[in-house]
Each structure stands twice: as C-alpha cells, then as structure tokens.
Design a protein around this ligand. Structure first.
Ligand SMILES: [Zn+2]
Length: 260
C-alpha cells in the first residue's frame, strides 16, 4: 500500500514520467544519485531535476558524501515517508472538503441547462437569461442532478477509504519513528555513560599519580573538605557556631592570658 502511495505522490508532484523513481528511492537508506540515474536510464541532470522537485515538497531528503579520490560530493536520497503520507493526507482532506461543498451546492440549488449546447446555469443565472440559451435560443430544461450527486457520493466514499488507509500507514510510520527515536536515545545514553566512565578513569589515573607523589597533601585536602562540609549549616546552627566560636575564642584568649 505504501509503495502505491509513494508512486502516486511522485506522479502528483513531478508527473507521470517520474513515477519509476518511486520504486528506486528506498525509504530507509539513502540511495546514490548516480545509481538512480543509471537505473532510470536518465542523465544525472535529468535525475537531479526530478529529485529537486521532490525535495521542494519536502518529501525526500539527502545526505552528501565526499569522494575521497575525486574530492567532489555525491548526494544520496531517500523518501521522508511521514512527510509523504502527511502530504497525501492533506490533499485527500482538501478534496473531501471540495466534494462536500459541491454536493451541498447541488442539493441547495436547482440547475438549468441547454441540452443541445450542454451548458449549465444556476437558477439566478437562468432567470437573467429568461431561461433561454444565448447560443442557440433553445429553452432551458431543469436539470436532474440525482445522478451527479450519486457519483459525487461514490467518489467521496472512495476518498474516505483511501484516507483511512493513509492513516493506517501513518500510524505504522509513527511506531517506526518512535522505535528509531528510542534506539537513538539508548545510543546517546550509552555514549554518555561511556564518556562518564572514561572521565572517571582519567580522574582516577591523575589522582593515583598525585597520591604516589604527594600523599600527605591529599590527606590534608580530604580533611579540609570535611571541615567545609560541617561549615555549611542552617542559619540557626550557624548562630550556634558563631557562639561556640566566640566562646572558643574567649577560651583561647584566656589560655593566651594564662600563658602570659
Ligand atoms: Zn443552447
């Protein structure tokens, strides 16, 4: 079903002649533009013209890779399936709206026609023309629209069915996108964890170096850290601290006095 939709989208956006590219443009992996040209039996410029038109609609995406030997860039393309489906959905919804409008117009208004010229007029237009054809002078007959309305209803039903299928493909694509996102997030977490482990190993290595060269300093630092931690109290305790500090100061000053 999806393949059929992708073909249809290519025909709508570029034209019937571009249809074969739909089967060649993979929707998971980017495809080399030269490979596409060769398979389509087109020149690289003709192929690029098609690709650029599709790209203007945002329904395909590209990556470029540098040719190490020749030094130039080659582009690789693939469908953006979600965007393709949303594009098609938009078209179908618009078509449905147009059909609804046409159907309600047909229901509301009586149409008149000149049978021999095949011209059709609304009631107001017919009044202005005195129900007589400008072209041949024949008198209008009122038009039976039931056939036409039935046709419109059938068309509407078909479009609704198609829209439902597009929705199914869209939901599949959402699941696929979520899975892909999940994989990317997992990969990111793994990479972050690896970085953390590497950084920790580095820190440990430099720490080990320091310990072996000057172990006393490290011990002092640890003690200092502990002191700092206890110096981080709440307001009330800091008051207590300052009180105890004062008292200790007094004590120490007394000691000094005693010593004197
Ligand atoms: Zn006529």
């Amino acid at each position: 079903m999806l393949d059929q939709f992708l073909k249809e989208i290519v025909v709508i956006t570029v034209g019937k002649q571009a249809e074969p590219i739909a089967d060649l443009l993979n929707n998971k992996k980017h495809v080399n533009e030269f490979v596409l040209a060769k398979k389509l039996d087109l020149t690289i410029n003709q192929t690029r013209n098609i690709l650029y038109k599709l790209s203007d609609f945002g329904i395909i995406s590209s990556i470029r890779k540098k040719d190490k030997k020749k030094g130039w860039y080659t582009y690789y393309w693939r469908f953006e399936v979600m965007k393709c489906l949303l594009f098609l959905k938009d078209l179908l919804v618009k078509r449905l709206e147009e059909l609804d409008k046409e159907m309600s117009d047909r229901h509301k208004k009586v149409f008149y026609a000149c049978e021999s010229c095949g011209l059709e007029y609304t009631e107001e237009e017919s009044l202005l023309k005195d129900f007589t054809c400008d072209e041949c002078g024949q008198i209008f007959s009122s038009k039976d629209d039931s056939k036409h309305i039935k046709e419109l209803a059938k068309t509407k039903e078909k479009i609704q069915e198609k829209l439902a299928q597009v929705e199914i493909e869209l939901s599949k694509e959402y699941v696929f996108a979520e899975k892909r996102k999940g994989k990317e997030i997992k990969k990111e977490i793994k990479e972050k964890e690896q970085k953390r482990v590497d950084a920790a190993a580095k820190r440990k290595a430099t720490r080990d170096k320091k310990t072996s060269s000057s172990p006393k300093k490290l011990v002092n630092k640890k003690v200092e850290n502990k002191k700092k931690e206890t110096k981080k109290p709440t307001k009330t305790s800091s008051k207590k601290m300052s009180v105890s500090k004062k008292s200790s100061l007094k004590k120490s000053s007394k000691k000094i006095l005693k010593k004197k």
